[in-house]
Design a protein around this ligand. Sequence first.
Ligand code: AN0
Ligand code: CP
Length: 323
Amino acid sequence: MKSFLNVSDLGRLDVALAEAMEIKRERFKYVDLGRNRTALLVFFNNSLRTRLSTQKAALNLGMNVIVLDVNAGAWKLETERGVIMDGDKSEHLLEAIPVMASYCDVIGIRSFAGLKDREYDYAETVYNQFVKYSGKPVFAMETATVHPLQAFADLITIEEHKTKVRPKVVLTWAPHPKALPQAVPNSFAEWMNAADVDFVITHPKGYELDAVFAGDARVEYDQMKAFEGADFVYAKNWSCPGVTLPERYGEILEDYHKMADWTVSERQMRVTDNGKFMHCLPVRRNMIVTDEVIEGANSLVIPEAANREISATVVLKRILESL
Ligand code: AN0
Ligand code: CP
Protein backbone atom coordinates (compact mmCIF):
# COMPACT_ATOMS: atom_id res chain seq x y z
CA MET A 1 0.00 0.00 0.00
CA LYS A 2 1.58 3.29 -1.15
CA SER A 3 -1.13 5.69 0.02
CA PHE A 4 -3.86 5.44 2.64
CA LEU A 5 -6.70 7.90 2.25
CA ASN A 6 -9.80 5.95 1.27
CA VAL A 7 -11.54 2.72 2.21
CA SER A 8 -10.65 1.25 -1.19
CA ASP A 9 -6.92 1.51 -0.34
CA LEU A 10 -7.43 -1.31 2.17
CA GLY A 11 -8.98 -3.78 -0.26
CA ARG A 12 -11.50 -6.28 1.12
CA LEU A 13 -12.91 -5.12 4.46
CA ASP A 14 -13.50 -8.63 5.82
CA VAL A 15 -9.82 -9.42 5.27
CA ALA A 16 -8.72 -6.16 6.91
CA LEU A 17 -11.04 -6.81 9.88
CA ALA A 18 -9.67 -10.34 10.33
CA GLU A 19 -6.16 -8.87 10.30
CA ALA A 20 -7.22 -6.31 12.92
CA MET A 21 -8.58 -9.05 15.19
CA GLU A 22 -5.39 -11.07 14.75
CA ILE A 23 -3.27 -8.07 15.76
CA LYS A 24 -5.56 -7.40 18.70
CA ARG A 25 -4.96 -10.95 19.98
CA GLU A 26 -1.24 -10.81 19.30
CA ARG A 27 -0.05 -7.22 19.13
CA PHE A 28 3.63 -7.94 18.51
CA LYS A 29 3.17 -10.73 15.99
CA TYR A 30 4.83 -8.66 13.24
CA VAL A 31 7.50 -7.03 15.39
CA ASP A 32 10.25 -8.06 12.94
CA LEU A 33 8.55 -6.45 9.94
CA GLY A 34 9.63 -2.89 10.78
CA ARG A 35 13.21 -3.56 11.78
CA ASN A 36 15.44 -0.66 10.65
CA ARG A 37 12.43 1.09 9.12
CA THR A 38 11.52 4.62 10.20
CA ALA A 39 8.09 6.21 10.32
CA LEU A 40 7.92 10.01 10.24
CA LEU A 41 4.71 11.51 11.64
CA VAL A 42 4.13 15.11 10.54
CA PHE A 43 1.56 17.15 12.47
CA PHE A 44 0.29 20.48 11.17
CA ASN A 45 -2.47 20.29 13.83
CA ASN A 46 -2.90 19.14 17.42
CA SER A 47 -3.52 15.53 18.38
CA LEU A 48 -3.68 13.25 21.38
CA ARG A 49 -4.95 9.89 20.06
CA THR A 50 -3.45 9.91 16.58
CA ARG A 51 -0.06 10.97 17.90
CA LEU A 52 0.08 8.26 20.58
CA SER A 53 -1.71 5.38 18.85
CA THR A 54 0.26 5.72 15.61
CA GLN A 55 3.56 5.81 17.50
CA LYS A 56 2.46 2.75 19.47
CA ALA A 57 1.46 0.97 16.25
CA ALA A 58 4.92 1.64 14.76
CA LEU A 59 6.54 0.29 17.93
CA ASN A 60 4.33 -2.84 17.73
CA LEU A 61 5.89 -3.46 14.32
CA GLY A 62 9.45 -2.85 15.54
CA MET A 63 9.81 0.45 13.66
CA ASN A 64 11.65 3.59 14.71
CA VAL A 65 9.47 6.70 14.93
CA ILE A 66 10.20 10.41 14.56
CA VAL A 67 7.56 13.08 15.06
CA LEU A 68 7.51 16.62 13.72
CA ASP A 69 5.13 19.31 14.94
CA VAL A 70 5.32 21.75 12.07
CA ASN A 71 3.86 24.63 14.03
CA ALA A 72 5.90 24.09 17.19
CA GLY A 73 9.65 24.14 16.76
CA ALA A 74 9.97 23.76 12.98
CA TRP A 75 10.10 26.54 10.37
CA LYS A 76 6.68 27.69 9.27
CA LEU A 77 5.96 26.11 5.91
CA GLU A 78 4.52 27.73 2.80
CA THR A 79 2.25 25.23 1.05
CA GLU A 80 1.38 27.08 -2.16
CA ARG A 81 3.67 27.41 -5.16
CA GLY A 82 4.29 30.81 -6.72
CA VAL A 83 3.92 32.82 -3.50
CA ILE A 84 6.52 35.57 -2.86
CA MET A 85 7.70 34.40 0.52
CA ASP A 86 8.07 37.72 2.34
CA GLY A 87 5.77 36.79 5.24
CA ASP A 88 6.24 34.64 8.35
CA LYS A 89 6.93 31.40 6.45
CA SER A 90 10.65 30.62 6.20
CA GLU A 91 10.53 27.40 4.19
CA HIS A 92 8.51 25.89 1.36
CA LEU A 93 6.95 22.44 1.39
CA LEU A 94 8.66 21.73 -1.94
CA GLU A 95 12.06 21.68 -0.20
CA ALA A 96 10.82 20.44 3.18
CA ILE A 97 9.09 17.32 1.79
CA PRO A 98 12.09 15.74 0.04
CA VAL A 99 14.29 16.62 3.02
CA MET A 100 11.86 14.97 5.47
CA ALA A 101 11.50 12.00 3.12
CA SER A 102 15.27 11.45 3.12
CA TYR A 103 15.14 10.52 6.82
CA CYS A 104 12.33 7.93 6.73
CA ASP A 105 10.57 5.08 4.92
CA VAL A 106 6.93 5.98 5.61
CA ILE A 107 5.23 9.34 6.23
CA GLY A 108 2.02 10.07 8.16
CA ILE A 109 0.37 13.47 7.63
CA ARG A 110 -2.07 15.41 9.78
CA SER A 111 -3.18 18.52 7.94
CA PHE A 112 -6.72 19.76 8.59
CA ALA A 113 -8.92 21.65 6.15
CA GLY A 114 -8.45 25.40 6.15
CA LEU A 115 -12.26 25.69 5.68
CA LYS A 116 -11.81 28.82 3.53
CA ASP A 117 -11.41 27.40 0.02
CA ARG A 118 -13.46 24.30 -0.70
CA GLU A 119 -11.67 23.48 -3.92
CA TYR A 120 -8.23 23.64 -2.25
CA ASP A 121 -9.37 21.48 0.68
CA TYR A 122 -11.26 18.89 -1.38
CA ALA A 123 -8.34 18.51 -3.81
CA GLU A 124 -6.26 17.29 -0.79
CA THR A 125 -3.60 19.78 -1.90
CA VAL A 126 -1.20 19.32 1.05
CA TYR A 127 -1.48 15.52 1.26
CA ASN A 128 -1.00 15.12 -2.48
CA GLN A 129 2.15 17.22 -2.43
CA PHE A 130 3.59 14.77 0.11
CA VAL A 131 2.64 11.86 -2.18
CA LYS A 132 4.14 13.58 -5.20
CA TYR A 133 7.38 14.97 -3.78
CA SER A 134 8.37 12.46 -1.07
CA GLY A 135 8.64 9.30 -3.16
CA LYS A 136 7.61 7.42 0.02
CA PRO A 137 4.35 5.78 1.06
CA VAL A 138 2.12 8.39 2.73
CA PHE A 139 -0.84 7.80 5.02
CA ALA A 140 -3.51 10.16 6.32
CA MET A 141 -3.66 10.96 10.04
CA GLU A 142 -6.65 13.27 9.27
CA THR A 143 -6.21 15.32 6.18
CA ALA A 144 -8.41 18.06 4.72
CA THR A 145 -11.28 15.73 3.85
CA VAL A 146 -10.70 12.31 5.46
CA HIS A 147 -9.69 10.53 8.66
CA PRO A 148 -9.42 6.88 7.58
CA LEU A 149 -7.48 5.59 10.63
CA GLN A 150 -10.43 6.78 12.71
CA ALA A 151 -13.06 5.26 10.43
CA PHE A 152 -11.22 1.93 10.40
CA ALA A 153 -11.04 1.94 14.22
CA ASP A 154 -14.77 2.78 14.28
CA LEU A 155 -15.53 -0.15 11.99
CA ILE A 156 -13.47 -2.51 14.19
CA THR A 157 -15.40 -1.24 17.25
CA ILE A 158 -18.77 -1.82 15.57
CA GLU A 159 -17.69 -5.30 14.49
CA GLU A 160 -16.73 -6.14 18.08
CA HIS A 161 -19.92 -4.82 19.70
CA LYS A 162 -22.65 -5.62 17.20
CA THR A 163 -25.36 -8.06 18.27
CA LYS A 164 -27.09 -8.23 14.85
CA VAL A 165 -25.73 -9.35 11.50
CA ARG A 166 -26.64 -5.99 9.95
CA PRO A 167 -26.85 -3.33 12.69
CA LYS A 168 -28.44 0.09 12.25
CA VAL A 169 -25.77 2.80 12.47
CA VAL A 170 -26.72 6.47 12.75
CA LEU A 171 -24.30 9.33 12.14
CA THR A 172 -25.65 12.41 13.87
CA TRP A 173 -24.50 16.02 13.67
CA ALA A 174 -24.24 17.71 17.08
CA PRO A 175 -23.56 21.32 18.13
CA HIS A 176 -20.09 22.80 18.69
CA PRO A 177 -18.89 26.38 19.34
CA LYS A 178 -16.12 26.32 16.69
CA ALA A 179 -16.17 25.40 13.01
CA LEU A 180 -14.80 21.86 12.56
CA PRO A 181 -13.72 19.98 9.43
CA GLN A 182 -15.82 17.35 7.65
CA ALA A 183 -13.03 14.75 7.62
CA VAL A 184 -14.41 12.52 10.38
CA PRO A 185 -18.02 12.35 9.10
CA ASN A 186 -16.80 12.04 5.49
CA SER A 187 -14.68 8.99 6.29
CA PHE A 188 -17.24 7.49 8.65
CA ALA A 189 -19.90 7.73 5.91
CA GLU A 190 -17.53 6.35 3.28
CA TRP A 191 -16.58 3.37 5.45
CA MET A 192 -20.14 2.65 6.63
CA ASN A 193 -21.31 2.66 3.01
CA ALA A 194 -18.67 0.03 2.28
CA ALA A 195 -19.57 -2.07 5.35
CA ASP A 196 -22.59 -4.34 5.81
CA VAL A 197 -24.70 -2.01 7.98
CA ASP A 198 -27.99 -0.14 7.73
CA PHE A 199 -26.61 3.41 7.61
CA VAL A 200 -28.53 6.65 8.25
CA ILE A 201 -27.21 10.22 8.49
CA THR A 202 -29.04 12.94 10.39
CA HIS A 203 -28.21 16.65 10.48
CA PRO A 204 -29.89 20.05 10.18
CA LYS A 205 -30.49 21.30 6.63
CA GLY A 206 -27.36 22.72 4.98
CA TYR A 207 -24.90 20.22 6.48
CA GLU A 208 -25.23 17.69 3.62
CA LEU A 209 -21.96 15.78 3.15
CA ASP A 210 -20.20 15.53 -0.19
CA ALA A 211 -21.66 12.73 -2.33
CA VAL A 212 -18.16 11.31 -2.87
CA PHE A 213 -18.37 10.14 0.75
CA ALA A 214 -22.09 10.03 1.59
CA GLY A 215 -22.94 8.11 -1.59
CA ASP A 216 -26.60 7.22 -1.56
CA ALA A 217 -26.80 6.90 2.24
CA ARG A 218 -30.22 7.72 3.68
CA VAL A 219 -30.48 11.25 5.13
CA GLU A 220 -33.18 11.82 7.76
CA TYR A 221 -33.52 15.44 8.90
CA ASP A 222 -35.61 14.48 11.95
CA GLN A 223 -33.03 13.36 14.50
CA MET A 224 -35.51 11.50 16.72
CA LYS A 225 -36.80 9.54 13.73
CA ALA A 226 -33.26 8.68 12.67
CA PHE A 227 -32.44 7.35 16.15
CA GLU A 228 -35.40 4.91 16.22
CA GLY A 229 -34.12 1.37 16.60
CA ALA A 230 -30.46 2.39 16.21
CA ASP A 231 -27.81 -0.07 17.40
CA PHE A 232 -24.99 2.48 17.16
CA VAL A 233 -25.14 6.27 17.39
CA TYR A 234 -22.05 8.09 16.10
CA ALA A 235 -22.05 11.76 17.08
CA LYS A 236 -19.86 14.43 15.48
CA ASN A 237 -19.99 18.10 14.69
CA TRP A 238 -18.98 19.38 11.30
CA SER A 239 -19.11 22.74 9.57
CA CYS A 240 -21.02 23.43 6.35
CA PRO A 241 -19.60 21.17 3.62
CA GLY A 242 -20.75 23.63 0.95
CA VAL A 243 -22.77 21.08 -0.99
CA THR A 244 -26.22 22.65 -0.86
CA LEU A 245 -24.90 26.04 0.35
CA PRO A 246 -21.61 26.60 -1.55
CA GLU A 247 -21.18 30.19 -0.32
CA ARG A 248 -21.25 29.05 3.31
CA TYR A 249 -18.46 26.43 3.06
CA GLY A 250 -16.69 25.90 6.40
CA GLU A 251 -19.17 27.99 8.39
CA ILE A 252 -21.38 27.28 11.39
CA LEU A 253 -24.85 27.80 9.94
CA GLU A 254 -26.73 28.61 13.15
CA ASP A 255 -25.45 29.70 16.57
CA TYR A 256 -24.94 26.64 18.78
CA HIS A 257 -27.20 28.07 21.51
CA LYS A 258 -30.12 27.56 19.12
CA MET A 259 -29.12 23.98 18.32
CA ALA A 260 -29.09 22.51 21.85
CA ASP A 261 -31.83 20.04 20.83
CA TRP A 262 -29.23 18.20 18.76
CA THR A 263 -26.99 17.45 21.77
CA VAL A 264 -27.16 13.67 22.25
CA SER A 265 -28.93 12.93 25.55
CA GLU A 266 -31.03 10.20 27.18
CA ARG A 267 -34.05 11.70 25.39
CA GLN A 268 -32.79 10.50 21.99
CA MET A 269 -30.97 7.38 23.23
CA ARG A 270 -34.28 6.07 24.68
CA VAL A 271 -35.73 5.48 21.21
CA THR A 272 -32.72 3.44 20.06
CA ASP A 273 -32.49 -0.35 20.40
CA ASN A 274 -30.25 -0.21 23.47
CA GLY A 275 -27.95 1.81 21.17
CA LYS A 276 -24.24 2.19 21.81
CA PHE A 277 -22.77 5.69 21.79
CA MET A 278 -19.66 6.50 19.75
CA HIS A 279 -17.51 9.58 19.17
CA CYS A 280 -13.95 9.89 17.83
CA LEU A 281 -12.86 12.23 20.68
CA PRO A 282 -11.88 14.88 21.64
CA VAL A 283 -15.45 15.67 22.66
CA ARG A 284 -16.97 18.70 24.36
CA ARG A 285 -19.33 17.39 27.01
CA ASN A 286 -22.82 18.84 27.18
CA MET A 287 -22.34 20.30 23.69
CA ILE A 288 -22.05 17.12 21.63
CA VAL A 289 -23.23 14.66 24.31
CA THR A 290 -24.43 14.79 27.91
CA ASP A 291 -22.33 13.53 30.84
CA GLU A 292 -24.91 10.77 31.42
CA VAL A 293 -24.69 9.32 27.90
CA ILE A 294 -20.90 9.46 27.55
CA GLU A 295 -20.44 7.97 31.02
CA GLY A 296 -23.22 5.40 30.55
CA ALA A 297 -22.83 1.63 30.19
CA ASN A 298 -23.49 1.94 26.43
CA SER A 299 -20.69 4.40 25.74
CA LEU A 300 -17.92 2.97 23.54
CA VAL A 301 -15.70 6.04 23.34
CA ILE A 302 -12.77 4.50 25.28
CA PRO A 303 -12.59 1.10 23.47
CA GLU A 304 -13.11 3.02 20.22
CA ALA A 305 -10.04 5.18 20.92
CA ALA A 306 -8.08 2.09 22.00
CA ASN A 307 -8.82 0.57 18.58
CA ARG A 308 -6.85 3.39 16.95
CA GLU A 309 -3.73 1.44 17.87
CA ILE A 310 -5.13 -1.57 16.03
CA SER A 311 -6.20 0.28 12.87
CA ALA A 312 -2.81 2.02 12.69
CA THR A 313 -0.95 -1.26 13.20
CA VAL A 314 -2.82 -2.89 10.28
CA VAL A 315 -2.20 0.11 8.02
CA LEU A 316 1.51 0.37 8.83
CA LYS A 317 1.86 -3.40 8.44
CA ARG A 318 0.32 -3.20 4.95
CA ILE A 319 2.67 -0.36 4.02
CA LEU A 320 5.74 -2.20 5.34
CA GLU A 321 4.76 -5.30 3.36
CA SER A 322 4.74 -3.19 0.19
CA LEU A 323 8.22 -1.66 0.66
C1 AN0 B 1 -10.98 17.64 14.93
C2 AN0 B 1 -12.07 17.48 13.88
O1 AN0 B 1 -13.25 17.70 14.20
O2 AN0 B 1 -11.77 17.14 12.73
C3 AN0 B 1 -10.29 16.33 15.18
C4 AN0 B 1 -11.13 15.16 15.47
C5 AN0 B 1 -10.39 13.88 15.52
N1 AN0 B 1 -11.55 18.10 16.17
C6 AN0 B 1 -11.22 19.26 16.73
O3 AN0 B 1 -10.47 20.03 16.17
C7 AN0 B 1 -11.84 19.57 18.07
N1 CP C 1 -9.72 10.99 17.22
C1 CP C 1 -8.55 11.62 16.99
O1 CP C 1 -7.99 11.60 15.88
O2 CP C 1 -8.03 12.25 18.07
P1 CP C 1 -6.79 13.24 18.07
O3 CP C 1 -7.21 14.48 17.33
O4 CP C 1 -6.52 13.50 19.53
O5 CP C 1 -5.65 12.57 17.39
